[in-house]
Design a protein around this ligand. Structure first.
Ligand SMILES: Cc1cc2nc3c(=O)[nH]c(=O)nc-3n(C[C@H](O)[C@H](O)[C@H](O)COP(=O)(O)OP(=O)(O)OC[C@H]3O[C@@H](n4cnc5c(N)ncnc54)[C@H](O)[C@@H]3O)c2cc1C
Length: 379
């Protein structure tokens, strides 16, 4: 327990909390982040080697300005740390013309003049013979897309933040936070901490830390798979891109083999088992999920073998409209929140950290965040 209060305490030091810690430490703010584990770790949402980053955002075009800033910040982080975090492999997106993904990609690209290549199935098969393309689907190749090394990003934020004087209070569970005089008191497994301002970045722990918002957040357990490859063209070093397929209402995505022998990674974005608690769940592989990913590989990436090399579980925290909760706490300018990233938030971690730092220091962000307002479900 500390006696001197912090200017800002961040609850959660995963993708978003570690980024906010770095942003605030750089500005000379006396700041600490508290985490139940020692991040990066396997108990939240920011692990499993890689995360896709892309700009022609099918989910909602309003995310594009945030993404453009995020790209700049990831490159700045690489320069500041001298580490390679973003790999621009490009991204193939495949889906029906009347589906969700491809019409959304094209709409966002048109609205923001983003560069995408629209390919016919024959052109795509010539350029990317590792994949099978349904003849009636739309296909887009987005060059300015690829993957982030997820654990390395979190470690880099934390390392640089600590070099700038921030504290990381790891292996410490937050039980609750409450208003206390001009500031806040946070009760934890190590005692109480005092702070003038708070940032809530608890990932799946938002179900507890942000319960007062009364937004129904669903926690979904998701599976990640790595399979051995029989086709060398599925390696990043041989020019294989990341991929995202929509088919009959299901979504499968993944990454090329990035390290020799490490296997190709694939996962299903749709589906998932709903959990009651983010802390107590089965980390084992699920037979049905495994059958679905293998069937997808058989249909769409036949050079993937049936030899499973690795499996991990990870959590989505999903809002009712699958858009983030981001902004100041309703009626409270000393608390900022980022929660409910709904399974697509890591690519934004850099910009969310900056936005949270701006909100908590100045009360505003220059980015258009209104569509993510935490109180939008109560209006
Ligand atoms: C399988 C999978 C694939 C994904 N793929 C992509 C992708 O390709 N591209 C993309 O952009 N996004 C993707 N995402 C989503 C993205 O990874 C998440 O949106 C992002 O990592 C969430 O970051 P976060 O900081 O909110 O949560 P986390 O990183 O989980 O951080 C929250 C932290 O808060 C801590 N915490 C919570 N409660 C407490 C408490 N009470 N006391 C102390 N500490 C607490 C936790 O220990 C944790 O470290 C994927 C997610 C999963 C699970």
């Amino acid at each position: 327990m500390t006696t001197a209060p912090y200017d800002v305490l961040i609850l959660g030091a995963g993708g978003v909390g570690s980024s906010a810690l770095y942003q605030l430490a750089q500005r000379g703010v006396r700041v600490a982040a508290i985490d139940r584990f020692q991040p990066p770790h396997i108990h939240g949402s920011s692990h499993g080697e890689t995360r896709i980053i892309r700009q022609a955002y099918f989910e909602h075009p309003s995310y594009v300005p945030l993404l453009q800033r995020s790209y700049e910040l990831w490159r700045e982080l690489e320069a500041a740390s001298d580490r390679s975090l973003y790999h621009e492999t490009g991204l193939l997106e495949i889906g029906p013309a009347d589906g969700v993904v491809l019409p959304g990609v094209v709409r966002a690209a048109e609205q923001f003049q983003l560069e995408i290549d629209r390919l016919t199935p024959a052109e795509a098969a010539g350029q990317f013979p590792q994949f099978v393309f349904p003849v009636d689907h739309w296909i887009v190749f987005e060059r300015r897309a690829g993957y982030l090394l997820v654990e390395d990003c979190v470690s880099t934020f934390l390392d640089l933040a600590q070099q700038h004087g921030a504290d990381l209070i790891a292996d410490t569970e937050v039980f609750a936070w409450r208003r206390d005089g001009n500031g806040f008191c946070v009760s934890t497994s190590r005692g109480e901490y005092r702070t003038a301002k708070l940032i809530l970045a608890g990932g799946a722990g938002a179900t507890q830390l942000c319960a007062e918002l009364k937004v129904p957040l669903r926690i979904l357990r998701k599976h990640l798979h790595w399979y051995a490859i029989d086709d060398a063209r599925l390696r990043e070093s041989d020019g294989c891109p990341c991929y995202f397929f929509e088919s009959a209402g299901s979504y499968f995505y993944g990454f090329p083999e990035i390290v020799a022998g490490g296997g190709l990674k694939g996962a299903e974005h749709s589906g998932g088992d709903e959990l009651k608690s983010p802390w107590d769940y089965d980390h084992a592989a699920d037979e049905i999920d495994q059958q679905r990913i293998e069937a997808f590989f058989g249909r769409s990436i036949p050079g993937v073998s049936r030899k499973s090399l690795r499996h991990e579980t990870c959590l989505y925290t999903v809002t009712p409209d699958e858009n983030f909760l981001l902004g100041l706490w309703p009626g409270e300018d000393r608390v900022a929140v980022a929660a409910g990233l709904s399974g697509h938030g890591f690519k934004f971690a850099a910009v969310l950290g900056e936005a949270l730092a701006d909100l908590i220091v100045t009360g505003q962000s220059l980015l258009p965040l209104e569509f993510l307002a935490p109180d939008r479900f109560a209006r």
